[in-house]
Design a protein around this ligand. Structure first.
Ligand SMILES: Cc1ncc(COP(=O)(O)O)c(C=O)c1O
Length: 445
C-alpha cells in the first residue's frame, strides 16, 4: 500500500486518541526493527520513546515474533473460564517475578483496565470506597482510572468517578513541601499523606494508588524511605497499597519491578506495556494472597472476554524467557548507570536550559528551564499551541536529525528500548545535544 493511501485512510477513517482530529497529521510508519522505526521515505528514527514507553524488548524481536506465530498456529483464543497452558504459564512466571506473597494474576487488555480492576479488588477486600492517588500521575483513560489520574487529561472527563482524593507525592526539584533535601522531602511527603488519610477518614479509604516511579508526569524517582513509609502508613490504617508499574515495570527501571529497587512489597501491582512490549494488548494485576483469599468463596465482580488471551499470554511467556536469557533487565540497568546517566550529566553541564536530569534504568527526564535560579519551566504547565512553541521546536529539531523523542510539558524524556546499545544511546544523546541549543536560545537566566 502506498504512503498516500495509508495517509488517506487514516485521515478519513481513524479517530485518534487525545486529539483534535482535524489538527493532526500522523506520520505513516512502514516498519521497525530493534531501536528504530522508519517511514515510507525510509527516513529512520531512533526510538527514544519506545513508542509509548512500552516496546521494552525493541521492535520486531525475532524470537518474540516467532513465538506469536507459533501460538497463532496452535490456538489463537479460548475464553477466560477455561484453563489454558499459556495463560497459566504467564501467570506463574509473572507471580514468580513479583515480590513477596503476590501469587495470582488477573489479566486485562492494558493498563487502564489493570487500574480499574486493582481498585475494584481493593474496594471489595476492604469494604471501603475512597482511593488516594497523587497529583502528577497517569493511570489510564477509563472512568475510574482517569478519575485517579492526577494530570490535566482528567479535566475534560469530569465530573469523574466519585471517591478519588488527590495528594502530593515527592518531587525534590519542585518540592511541594519546600524541602531542601531528599530526606526532608520523603519525611514531609509522608506526613502529608498521613494527614490526608486522617482528615479523609482512614476507615473510608480502600487504597493508596501510586506510580512507583512517576512516568509521563516527570520521571519522579521516590526519595529513599518514601515507599517504605507509604507501606507502613497503609499497614497502620488497613489500606491497600497499589503500585502502578504499567510503565515502570518489566525492565524499564532496571528491575523486573521498580519496587524491587527499594525492597518494598505492595498489596497489588498493576502491569501492562513491558510485559510483552505491546506486541499484543496485555496488562493485569498481581494480587497478594491476602486479597486473593477474599475472593476464595465470594465471586470477584469483574471480567473481560479477553482476560488471559492465549496469544497475548504466549507473547508474555516468550518475552519473559527472552528477557531472562538475554539479561535484558541487567542490560537496562547498566545502560542507565554507565551510559545514559553520564551522558545526560554532560548535557546538563553544557546546556544552561537543562535544569535537572533524573531517572534510572532506561527512564530519564531532562527538565528544561528558562532560568536555573528560579527554575521557571521552559514552557508553562500544560502549555498548548504557541505557548508550547519552544518544546515543539526542540522536538522538531530531534526529528529532523533522526531521533524520535518523548516530550511532555517542559521535559524531554529519554526512554529507549531496554535492549538499546551503548552506541545507539550515544548517537541519540548527540542529537539531543544539537536540539538543546534550541532550548538554550530561550534561556534568560
Ligand atoms: C503509569 C501508567 N498507568 C496506566 C497507564 C494506562 O495504560 P493503557 O494505555 O494501556 O490503558 C499508563 C499508560 O501510559 C501508564 O503510563
Amino acid at each position: 500500500m502506498s504512503e498516500t493511501t495509508v495517509r488517506a485512510d487514516d485521515r478519513a477513517h481513524v479517530f485518534h486518541s487525545w486529539s483534535a482530529q482535524g489538527l493532526i497529521d500522523p506520520l505513516p510508519v512502514k516498519g521497525a526493527e530493534g531501536s528504530y522505526f522508519w517511514d515510507y521515505e525510509n527516513t529512520k528514527y531512533l526510538d527514544f520513546s519506545s513508542q509509548l514507553v512500552n516496546v521494552n524488548i525493541g521492535h520486531q524481536h525475532p524470537r518474540l515474533v516467532a513465538a506469536i506465530q507459533e501460538q497463532a498456529a496452535r490456538l489463537c483464543t479460548i475464553q477466560p473460564a477455561f484453563a489454558n497452558d499459556k495463560r497459566g504459564e504467564a501467570a506463574r512466571l509473572i507471580a514468580e517475578l513479583a515480590p513477596g506473597p503476590l501469587n495470582k494474576v488477573f489479566f486485562t487488555n492494558g493498563g487502564a483496565e489493570a487500574t480499574e480492576n486493582a481498585i475494584r479488588l481493593a474496594r471489595g477486600h476492604t469494604g471501603r470506597h475512597k482511593v488516594l492517588s497523587t497529583y502528577r500521575s497517569y493511570h489510564g483513560s477509563t472512568s475510574t482510572a482517569i478519575a485517579a489520574t492526577g494530570d490535566p487529561r482528567r479535566w475534560a472527563n469530569e465530573p469523574a468517578a466519585v471517591g478519588v482524593v488527590h495528594f502530593w507525592g515527592p518531587y525534590p526539584y519542585r518540592s511541594p513541601f519546600y524541602a531542601q533535601t531528599e530526606e526532608q522531602e520523603a519525611e514531609r511527603a509522608l506526613r502529608h499523606l498521613r494527614d490526608t488519610i486522617v482528615f479523609e477518614g482512614a476507615g473510608t479509604i480502600a487504597a493508596v494508588l501510586l506510580e512507583t516511579v512517576v512516568g509521563t508526569n516527570g520521571v519522579l524517582v521516590p526519595p529513599p524511605g518514601y515507599l517504605a513509609g507509604v507501606r507502613a502508613i497503609c499497614d497502620e490504617f488497613g489500606i491497600v497499597f497499589i503500585a502502578d508499574e504499567v510503565m515502570a515495570g518489566f525492565g524499564r527501571c532496571g528491575e523486573w519491578f521498580a519496587v524491587d529497587r527499594w525492597g518494598v512489597t505492595p498489596d497489588l501491582i498493576t502491569f501492562a506495556k513491558g510485559v510483552n512490549s505491546g506486541y499484543l494488548p496485555l496488562g493485569g494485576v498481581i494480587i497478594s494472597d491476602e486479597i486473593a483469599s477474599t475472593y476464595e468463596t465470594r465471586p470477584f465482580p469483574g471480567g473481560l472476554t479477553y482476560s488471559g488471551h492465549p496469544l497475548a499470554c504466549a507473547s508474555a511467556v516468550a518475552s519473559i524467557e527472552i528477557f531472562k536469557e538475554e539479561g535484558i533487565v541487567e542490560h537496562a540497568r547498566a545502560i542507565g548507570d554507565d551510559v545514559i546517566a553520564p551522558g545526560l550529566a554532560e548535557l546538563a553541564e553544557k546546556h544552561p536550559s537543562v535544569g535537572e536530569v533524573r531517572g534510572l534504568g532506561v527512564l530519564w527526564a531532562i527538565e528544561l528551564v528558562r532560568d536555573r535560579a528560579t527554575r521557571e519551566p521552559l514552557v508553562p504547565f500544560n502549555a498548548a499551541g504557541a505557548a508550547a512553541g519552544p518544546m515543539t521546536e526542540v522536538a522538531a529539531a530531534c526529528k529532523k536529525l533522526g531521533l524520535w523523542p518523548f516530550t511532555h510539558f517542559n521535559r524531554v524524556h529519554v526512554a529507549p528500548p531496554c535492549t538499546v546499545s551503548a552506541d545507539e544511546v550515544r548517537q541519540g544523546l548527540s542529537i539531543l545535544d544539537g536540539a538543546l541549543e534550541v532550548a538554550d536560545s530561550y534561556y534568560s537566566g
